[in-house]
Design a protein around this ligand. Structure first.
Ligand code: NAD
Length: 247
């Protein structure tokens, strides 16, 4: 198999839809052996129908014991893409304790669980590339109505830099990606949940200076770059990909 990821094994969370799915497809096209996981078996079945070479299994990243079992199926990956995450809309006053805890569990602690499970194997193998999903809504930019979401994504950036610093001499690279607004199923769900889909869509587009949202396929090339050896001198960085939202 040829391609920029030929000979590499990749493990991805939340690969059933959106950015995770686009990354799984792109990694497979670049020659990686891809293990795509998601909480949704239907989404994984549709991904596998499109790409018979992608191996899939259901994994809820909130379940510590299930994440611990994942290396038994995957072995030692060269690439880990921690994509799972959830957007809670609201100011701090509109955020309950329960939503706060859930957001940190899904957006941050899931990455902690995945890295605890896979890092020892990656270290034993001599290295690898970790890509953590953050967001422009984080320490990068103050975005209204994203209090806990931004706090979680800022925590992802902190975790990314700490992992990068701890293992830089042992061949592990760890980078965070910060997309702007990407047209994915969860974004559309949130626009529908607002009660006025068209108005919500217009508002999302209005904050993007290019006058449009990104597609998930436009985020995938950055993930391929960070996963590949082309980025072998790049670690501990925040990679903003947002159509000029932050300049
Ligand atoms: P999406 O809705 O298109 O896909 C999310 C996937 O996560 C779904 O397949 C869903 O089944 C899966 N999932 C949900 N809970 C899970 C769990 N507990 N365990 C495993 N899988 C689970 O989402 P998306 O918009 O592509 O977002 C993916 C990531 O990108 C998130 O971390 C999100 O915060 C981040 N992000 C998205 C945008 C955007 O505008 N869409 C912008 C910046 C960052």
């Amino acid at each position: 198999m040829s391609g920029r990821l030929a000979g590499k094994t990749a493990f991805i969370t939340a690969a059933g839809h959106g950015i995770g799915r686009a990354a799984a497809s792109a990694m497979a096209r670049e020659g990686a052996r891809v293990f795509a996981t998601d909480i949704s078996s239907d989404a994984l079945a549709s991904l596998a129908a499109e790409h018979s070479e992608i191996e899939t299994f259901v994994l809820d990243v909130l379940k510590a014991e299930d994440v611990e079992q994942a290396p038994a199926r995957v072995g030692a990956p060269d690439i880990v893409f921690n994509c799972a995450g959830y957007v809670h809309n609201g100011t701090i006053l509109e955020t309950t304790e329960e939503r706060w805890d859930f957001s940190f569990d899904l957006n941050v602690k899931s990455q902690f669980r995945v890295l605890k499970a896979f890092l020892p194997l990656m270290l034993a193998k001599g290295g690898g590339s970790v890509i953590n999903m953050a967001s422009v809504a984080s320490s990068v930019k103050g975005v209204p109505n994203r209090a806990v979401y931004s706090a979680t994504k800022a925590a992802v950036i902190g975790l990314t830099k700490a992992v990068a610093a701890d293992y830089v001499a042992e061949g592990i690279r760890c980078n965070a990606i910060c997309p702007g607004t990407v047209d994915t199923p969860s974004l559309n769900e949130r626009m529908r949940a607002s009660g006025d889909y068209e108005a919500a869509r217009k508002a999302f587009i209005a904050r993007q200076p290019m006058g449009r949202l990104a597609t998930a396929d436009e985020i995938a090339p950055l993930i391929i770059y960070l996963a590949s050896d082309e980025s072998r001198f790049v670690t501990g960085q925040i990679h903003v990909i947002d159509g000029g939202w932050v300049m």
